[in-house]
Ligand binder design. Structure first.
Ligand SMILES: [Zn+2]
Length: 251
């Protein structure tokens, strides 16, 4: 690893990490925009992940639930990158993860839930769009698998929707405000496995840089924020993130 990079990040005390789909591909979860990505292989899936269509069309909801029932994330385990970030927290380093992922793998790797901000929500809970009652998603998927392919709220009959942000849906303002504060307070901001094409999440890089943080981008492909970064790493995420964490700790 680059000696300038090691010098620059060693001893960082407040580390904010923005993670995207690329950190979970080594766990067997396909990304969205890569060559094998969900949107690349099945452009029609974007239709099912659009709020307006989801609300209006039972056929779209059936496709959505079918897709999620077979989602690789239900069988996925955290990988070395998730574990390295979880292990970095504590021992004098404060780690906050701002994630675009909905798979919950940072928490499964051992990072406290309060240290993970899920910018795009979570696939692990489902909510009624009518009465706002929350259900564990596996309960809803069990109904789908039992033949109830457009499951309605058991309390009010309303449309059930996964707690993930769909296209056409705005991010939770409170979560985003909190994420901006974390980015601005970080000394080191590391973007990992995100194409940085989805706003406003991607602009957290600018928030951090404007506040004086060092920006490191780890991604297979170029991103719109590479010119703002102090260091851009194209290496394999599962290999390079543990090295970065070791460098931060000075070990
Ligand atoms: Zn309801």
């Amino acid at each position: 690893m680059d000696a300038h990079l090691i010098d620059r990040i060693r001893g960082a005390r407040r580390v904010a990490v923005l993670t995207g789909a690329g950190i979970s591909t080594a766990s067997g979860i396909p990304d969205y925009r890569g060559p094998e990505g969900v949107w690349t292989r099945t452009p029609s899936a974007m239709n099912a992940f659009t709020l307006k269509n989801f609300r209006a069309d039972p056929g779209v909801r059936r496709e959505f639930w079918r897709t999620y029932a077979g989602h690789a994330a239900w069988r996925a385990e955290p990988n070395a990158a998730h574990r390295a970030l979880a292990d970095l927290d504590g021992a004098g380093v404060a780690v906050r993860v701002l994630t675009q992922n909905v798979d919950g793998l940072h928490q499964r790797a051992g990072l406290a839930a309060r240290k993970v901000l899920e910018l795009h929500g979570t696939m692990h809970t489902t909510r009624c769009t009518g009465c706002r009652q929350r259900f564990p998603t596996p309960e809803v998927l069990a109904r789908v698998q039992a033949g109830d392919d457009d499951p309605a709220c058991e309390r009010c009959g309303g449309i059930l929707k996964l707690d993930v942000v769909l296209f056409g849906q705005t991010l939770d303002g409170e979560v985003l405000g909190h994420a901006r504060n974390i980015a601005a307070a970080s000394g080191l901001f590391v973007a990992i496995g995100s194409s940085l094409q989805v706003e406003p999440a991607a602009s957290l890089c600018s928030v951090a840089v404007q506040a004086g943080a060092t920006l490191v981008i780890v991604n297979r492909d170029p991103t719109p924020y590479d010119d703002d970064a102090d260091f851009v790493l194209r290496q394999d995420i599962e290999a390079v993130v543990p090295q970065l964490c070791a460098a931060i700790r000075g070990s």
